[in-house]
Design a binder for this molecule. Structure first.
Ligand code: FAD
Length: 324
């Protein structure tokens, strides 16, 4: 049994923890909860999935699908989805969602695991000790004697944290896109027949109603994602201007007459992978020469939570072959 430290309790880190059960696993996350970009935001009675919205039924997620069936917290639903707002092309889209907010998925997977968990624990330094094992440091604490370090955080941060052990090639740097998310809540129904869609406007790439996700919601809630091109061009915009702009596009498109009772922005700087590491290098993880420190994440394979899960799964297979 090895002492394994997993840094990052998003879907990649959870996949590794799930697939390496039987070892002594410690999982660290700088946040207070597992899930990373799979995030359900609660403001009073209002609820929003403001990170990942759903799992596509067509994604290549065989193992994750089995895990979700086992823990029984998801459902397949059919929604009215407009692929192109201007052309009003509505389709029936089948998606997989959690029965009560997307964050229930990582939360339940995490609860099912027998791991030592350290939340509110941002790892800022890794050193090799005199026993050739690894110590991890947060601002206030030290965690000692790990055989293996698996870093499952966005690429640039992973590269910096592992720089004492890994020299990554600049030719293979994956590219992330940022996304601003705006959450909107209306007291009364706007009688909008569709549940979500793409390209509401050249600057709004995605929008989704939240009520079919949270049946107890009294208000009508929406999440609007600005396009990554818009986000990149407007990194310095203040929240007030951004919210007013997103609101005006949304309300004009759907001819909404009432004002929202709640509006809030979240800025995802590393939202989704534009060019994956695998696409550039044909490799499925990055490792130190001695195969003791590994970097992985959704950025290795693609832009979805199934890519994150599969990135963890692939690395776990390799570690089993290495007989860690
Ligand atoms: C707005 C938005 C919408 C999306 N929509 C969808 C969708 O509908 N469907 C879909 O499949 N995918 C979607 N995605 C993508 C999906 O959320 C991600 O691909 C996936 O969740 C990434 O998982 P991960 O574990 O690789 O990374 P993350 O979820 O980013 O996890 C990394 C974790 O590491 C932690 N961390 C970082 N640094 C440190 C440190 N130094 N020490 C300790 N912990 C640290 C973070 O707190 C985080 O919990 C969306 C993403 C965004 C942002």
């Amino acid at each position: 049994m090895k002492n394994i430290a997993i840094i990052g309790a998003g879907m990649t880190g959870l996949s590794l923890a799930y697939n390496l059960q039987g070892n002594n696993i410690s999982i660290f996350d700088k946040s207070w909860r597992p899930g990373g970009r799979v995030s359900t935001r609660k403001h009073g009675d209002l609820l929003f999935d403001h990170g990942a919205h759903y799992l596509s039924v067509n994604h290549n997620v065989n193992q994750l699908k089995q895990v979700l069936i086992k823990i029984n917290i998801t459902k397949v639903i059919e929604i009215n989805f407009l692929t192109n707002f201007k052309e009003k092309k509505s389709i029936k889209k089948k998606i997989i969602i959690s029965k009560n907010g997307m964050n229930l998925i990582p939360n339940t997977i995490h609860q099912s695991l027998n791991v030592n968990s350290y939340f509110n624990s941002k790892i800022i330094k890794i050193i090799k000790n005199k026993n050739n094992l690894f110590n991890l440091y947060t601002e206030n604490d030290e965690y000692k004697n790990f055989d293996l370090i698996l870093i499952c955080i966005p690429y640039l941060q992973a590269k910096e944290l592992s720089s004492n052990f890994i020299n990554v090639s600049d030719n293979h740097e994956p590219i992330y896109e940022p996304i601003y998310t705006v959450m909107l809540s209306y007291e009364n129904s706007n009688n909008i027949e569709i549940d979500g869609g793409l390209n509401l406007d050249k600057n709004v790439a995605f929008y989704m109603k939240q009520n079919f996700k949270f049946p107890e919601l009294k208000n009508e809630n929406w999440v609007v994602n600005m396009s990554s091109e818009y986000t990149e061009k407007n990194l310095n915009i203040n929240n007030y201007d951004l919210e007013k702009y997103a609101q005006s596009i949304f309300e004009k498109s759907f001819k909404i007459k009432q004002s929202p009772t709640f509006i809030k922005t979240h800025r995802w700087l590393y939202a989704q992978t534009k060019t994956s590491y695998n696409h550039l290098s044909k490799k499925n993880w990055i490792s130190s020469k001695d195969n003791k420190v590994f970097l992985t994440g959704d950025w290795v394979l693609g832009k979805s939570l199934s890519d994150a899960w599969n990135a963890g799964l692939k690395l776990s297979h390799y570690l089993k072959i290495l007989d860690i």
